[in-house]
Design a protein around this ligand. Sequence first.
Ligand SMILES: [Zn+2]
Ligand SMILES: [Zn+2]
Length: 296
Amino acid sequence: MNSYKVILFYKYIDIENPAEMVEQHLGWCLENDIRGRVFFAKEGVNGTVSGTTENIVKYKKHLTSFPGFEDIRFKEDNSNEHTFKKMHVRLKNQIVNGELNDVSLTNGGKRLSPEELFKFYEEQKDFVIVDARNWYESKIGKFRNAITPPMKNFREWKKVVDEDLKKYKDKTVVTYCTGGIRCEKASAYMIEQGFKDVYQLDGGIFNYIKKFPDTHWQGGMFVFDERRVVNPNSNEELKHIAECHFCGKPTSYYINCHNLDCDRIIVSCHECKVENDYCCSVECRRSPNRRNVYHG
Ligand SMILES: [Zn+2]
Ligand SMILES: [Zn+2]
């Protein structure tokens, strides 16, 4: 068991010819049975992939062989199988979608280690903690007392800062996201808007829950692969913060409605998911345009 690994990585770095990288990378990954998704843009690389332990070692060696990529930090988890079905490598304008092209990453928030965040909580420091992810991610899990803006996507971050977070300008603010990539821009934008004391959680939720499960993280972590959710806590009270859309039972599991015309994300326990044929409503169950592959 645990003969597979799933890794997460990103780096903001000037890439001269990202289109060329895309082509080469896809070929290499297919040859070495690496699956997942990797984005290249002029501003850097962002990816999450799975493979056998052996192939992941090879992959990391391959990726870090490119000039400037030597110091990419990988976040790693064990798995019993591939967590992706296919390999996608894409050319993008930005490695995270947002309207923050013009923020300078050198102005990013101070890096806060998981240890330091843990201390903030334990010492009851006066700080505001903000989730930089989307509504469906924070619905399943969040840090204790976190502000969870109802964003549909990261493009709404500017609006959230300008309208809702402005009142915390003089406070100590911590931003967090899954692996840290969104916070580099999210925190930089806040600083440009005059926020005085901004931190970004280094390595994101991913790093924190590895080191401090059953502490200040509540619920599951949303992931964009076949696992759908990672559940770090064993303490019953910290396991789930979301409730099944159908029966109300605590769960961290979610599905995309199988009616492709609907496709909405709903939190559902396994029993109700099966009972409702992976659909959010009776109407969707009757739709002729339903997914024919069952996940999870
Ligand atoms: Zn249920
Ligand atoms: Zn539906």
